[in-house]
Design a protein around this ligand. Structure first.
Ligand code: SF4
Length: 688
């Protein structure tokens, strides 16, 4: 029996845990602890424990598929490439859009970005960061000059106060939750504000439930209390921040007095005062947030408000402090770093900057140039353009994304995809989105390739190949290179290994300049920025100065605005959406894991016990949830652990898809949809 252990990095959440894949007779059969990673020290959550189970699923795509007369038929790679090249050559650059992926490696995101801008010459490339943390990238960049988590995961355990708002850390980033527990054991106070009494909330010294969409009011209230009591860090504010007086005028106004914010948010004034005191007087205070903050029409405002609070209390560039934006998918940070965004090349170098544009054009050497130096469409805008201006976008290339389950208002998303003349999907399973494709290309999962991914704390870590791909499936970077060659650009895609691609990335990306596979191939890997080959990496950003050219942090006075859709007589409840411990995003991997899918086999809607009583709904009864955009039949979970007037659905499940109901109203800057607040009604199902 041939048995080996291959150390790699988890393909699920942005924590970036390491484990060993157990390989028997050439096939991945299990996971085992890898104890040398400082991130998780040999521990993993249930998703990581069973991360081998989907790898050899019988549902894996093994051959290219071409749709003929509405049905998929198997094809050769050459047939698929010929059709893709023929079609994409027939479109103008601005008629093509590409979606890259937070699931694949940095190298593959970089290459899809190069394919889009260099081969297709389109401005339109984006990926699902638009749906989760686009507000973080925009909000933190405006505040600090860099749009990423400021501190490290290990640093959270050193904090003396941990304030969690808009994150169910114990279910979504369980091994970061472990750091909160370690902080608590070290004497830290834990504050959790969330509409649901989550497993994270149960660890809190102070928990308060609040209405989804009232974050700015809550954060302004905390800052007003801190200033009125003189708890602000006067030295930090005077030496390192701009905009304090304007911020002070806003947050100390009567609107944000605790008694008034109690009425807006539902948090008792006394709890707001206690939280302000704990945060304002702690030696260090870390703020953790996730999509409860970002997925709003005011997502950027929310993010800037978290940055305001942390600057006000001097918790930027400080151990145990920071704005810890917990990125969702394994490589969503990396996909952003690699320029799979419509406004930047790698390392957030702006597309509209002529010098940057020339740098990439010169380095890539396309004889007929690259895309124009103009910003492209965000994924949410692409889908609106498809429905509102038919014919403007005609073809799309989607790698490893599933908008037919992840996007808001799925009826709209489906209608948008139907407008395309030609759709290519590159994935490991025939997802809900792939079913709409004209060509499907079978790709590889994390266990079948080398590459790097960048976790939420900017730590760049390696995947290592444990088994061969199934059937004729190919590594994603190889597929992209072969598509480029079919389009006539083989010379620009000469790669023989992921390492060669990484070296090209490092050469073009200042924050990755000092990285190479030799340096990354060790348990602690490296945090960016790592500008030179002797630089140790940067676990904590903004020590001494922020990343703006003048080194200053920028405080933004922000007024609270309600969500785009609020409850009314017809739709009287707020619906918020999210994830659970056992599944991951659109479930394409976890629902094909027997253990995980047995544990939680379908979705549900959480209803407060009093609301359920008024509606005559019993626990586990099938109910009908309806918004202005759609209707879903879903089992009820009646519980006291959600605020009265608020309902919750996980979005992993196609058979009761929460995103049939959600609102595609967008943040005006980040273009992120408001997944966390829309108005619904819920009824008993009376017909047979
Ligand atoms: Fe994987 Fe995240 Fe679980 Fe770690 S916490 S094992 S990275 S899903």
């Amino acid at each position: 029996m041939d048995l080996k252990y291959v150390q790699t990095t988890c393909p699920y959440c942005g924590t970036g845990c390491s484990f060993n894949l157990v390989v028997k007779d050439g096939k991945v059969v299990g996971t085992q602890p890898y104890k040398r990673s400082p991130v998780n020290e040999g521990k993993v959550c249930p998703k990581g424990t069973y991360a081998h189970e989907f790898v050899n699923s019988p549902d894996r795509l093994t051959k290219p598929l071409i749709k003929k007369d509405g049905k998929f038929v198997e094809a050769t790679w050459d047939e698929a490439y010929d059709l893709i090249a023929q079609k994409f050559k027939s479109y103008k650059p601005d008629e093509i859009a590409c979606l890259s992926s937070a699931r694949v490696s940095n190298e593959e995101n970089y290459l899809l970005m190069k394919l889009a801008r260099g081969v297709f010459k389109t401005r339109h490339i984006d990926h699902c960061a638009r749906l989760c943390h686009a507000s973080t990238v925009a909000g933190l960049a405006a505040s600090f000059g860099s749009g990423a988590m400021t501190n490290s995961i290990l640093d959270i355990a050193e904090s003396k106060c941990v304030f969690v708002i808009g994150s169910n850390t114990f279910e979504q980033h369980p091994l970061i939750g472990r750091k909160i527990v370690q902080a608590k054991l070290n004497g830290a106070k834990i504050i959790v504000f969330d509409p649901r009494y989550t497993p994270t909330a149960k660890q809190a010294d102070l928990y308060a439930s609040f209405y989804s969409g009232t974050d700015v009011a809550v954060l302004n209230c905390l800052m007003g209390e801190i200033i009125r009591n003189g708890w602000e860090d006067k030295e930090w504010v005077s030496k390192r921040a701009k905009g304090y007086e304007e911020l002070k005028a806003t947050v100390t106004s009567d609107t944000y007095l605790p008694e008034n914010v109690e009425k807006i948010s539902g948090i008792a004034a006394a709890d707001l005062k206690t939280a302000a005191e704990w945060i304002g007087t702690a030696e260090s205070s870390a703020l953790l947030y996730s999509m409860g903050i970002t997925q709003h029409t005011v997502g950027v405002d929310n993010v800037k408000s978290t940055a305001n609070l942390q600057m006000l209390t001097g918790n930027i560039g400080r151990r145990g402090g920071g704005v810890n934006a917990l990125r969702g998918q394994n490589n969503v940070q990396g996909a952003c770093d690699m320029g799979a965004l419509p406004v930047v090349f790698t390392g957030y170098q702006k597309v509209i900057d002529e010098a940057v544009h020339k740098k990439f054009a010169d380095a890539w050497g396309f004889p007929d140039g690259i895309c124009e130096p103009k910003n492209g469409y965000e994924v949410t805008v692409m889908f609106n353009v498809l429905t509102d201006n038919p014919g403007e976008l005609k073809a799309m290339y989607i790698m490893g994304e599933n908008p037919m389950l992840s996007d808001p208002d799925l009826t709209h998303a489906e209608h948008a995809l139907e407008q395309l003349e030609f759709l290519v999907v590159q994935d490991i399973f025939l997802t809900e989105t792939a079913q709409h494709a004209d060509v499907v290309l079978p790709a590889t999962c994390y266990a079948e390739k080398e590459g790097t991914q960048t976790s939420t704390e900017r730590r760049v870590q390696m995947w290592r190949k444990a088994q061969d791909p199934p059937g004729e499936a190919k590594v994603d970077w190889q597929i992209i290179s072969e598509v480029a060659a079919a389009m006539g650009y083989a010379d620009q895609f000469p790669y023989q290994s992921a390492e060669e691609i990484f070296n090209e990335i490092a050469a073009l990306t200042p924050s990755y300049h000092g990285m190479n596979y030799e340096r990354l191939n060790r348990p602690e890997a490296l945090h960016w920025p790592c500008p030179t080959e002797d630089h140790p990496g940067t676990p904590i950003l903004h020590i001494g100065k922020c990343s703006h050219p003048d080194g200053m942090g920028v405080m933004h006075p922000i007024e609270w605005k309600p969500p785009a859709e609020v409850p009314d007589d017809e739709y009287p409840y707020i619906l918020t959406t999210g994830r659970c411990l056992w599944h991951w995003h659109t479930g394409s991997m976890t629902r094909r894991s027997a253990t995980l899918d047995t544990e939680v086999p379908t979705g549900w809607i959480e209803i407060n016990t009093e609301d359920a009583k008024e509606l005559g709904i019993a626990n586990k009864e099938m109910v009908r949830a309806t918004s202005r955009r759609g209707t879903v039949d879903v089992p009820a979970k009646v519980t006291d652990e959600i605020k009265k007037g608020v309902m919750f659905m996980p979005f992993h499940f196609a058979e009761c898809a929460a995103n049939r109901l959600t609102n595609n109203a967008l943040d005006p800057i980040a273009k992120i949809p408001e997944f966390k607040a829309c108005a619904v009604k819920v009824e008993k199902i009376t017909e047979a």
